[in-house]
Design a protein around this ligand. Sequence first.
Ligand code: ZN
Ligand code: ZN
Length: 308
Amino acid sequence: MKRLAGTLGMVCGWLLSVTAVGRPSEHMELPDWSRTPVEDRDLGHGVHMLESFGGNIGVLADEAGILLVDAEWPQLHDKVVAAVAHISPKPIRYLVNTHWHWDHVGGDAAFGKTGVVIFSSEQTRKHIADAQKQNGPAGEPYAPDPAGLPVVTIVSGVKFHLAGQTVEIIHVPPAHTDGDLIVRFVEADIVQTGDTFFHGFYPDIDQPHGGTIDGMIAFYDTLYKMCGPHTRIIPGHGPVANRDDVREYQAMLREVRSRVAKAVAAGMTEDALIAAHPLDDLDKKWGGNLIKAPYLLAIVYEELKPHP
Ligand SMILES: [Zn+2]
Ligand SMILES: [Zn+2]
């Protein structure tokens, strides 16, 4: 598996879950933060999506304060705060973490220190706390910092009542991780998925933290049913999507799973599978972004191979 480090080095700048045993390792390729914009997409009903290098952020402003969903890299904190201030002068009060990955929670500590109340699933809080226990150096991801830990944990779900609207936070069965929260802005008809759904490119699946390809594929049925014809989806990464994009994505992932399963059933090694380039036809549409075929094949193979 380590062999993949060289080929994947530049690929997945945001993935920090990769150090666990049995997973391809990658190193970080970070942007020039000073030249990385945080762009504001106004989706109506007071809901905005902030798009930048890390995970997309959802924003809903109420007279009493602002709800954020996800917190980006800490290096983008000031730009995120400036973008939110452009939407509303009210204070940021609540922050929901969709899951534990750094490109979604890196900004937690800076928000926590200003009194923002951070919500997550129980699993996400545990994964962040466990990562902090590794005792990394100050300024590095998951360096010990109590302000970076969620304060309120959610078991199955919770609702916010803000700006005259309902915001449902739903803990879904394991997909990208075992602690994924998705967010429904009910009146605005918007669903924010965290990394359970990437729009336009291959997924990442954090199996060491409970993620599973079958959970991802099953989740797209849930997500589709949650959406009407006009529902906008804020994906973990990529532009705003709709339910047809979800169906197309599910079909792609089913196809990937079936090809890897066939290789496993035929006794093919992981090396032989990757060398056979079984996703070349899919690469044209799905392989042009941060996740490349060898990485996806390796993590799916790892999950589907016989585990004695
Ligand atoms: Zn992400
Ligand atoms: Zn993630």
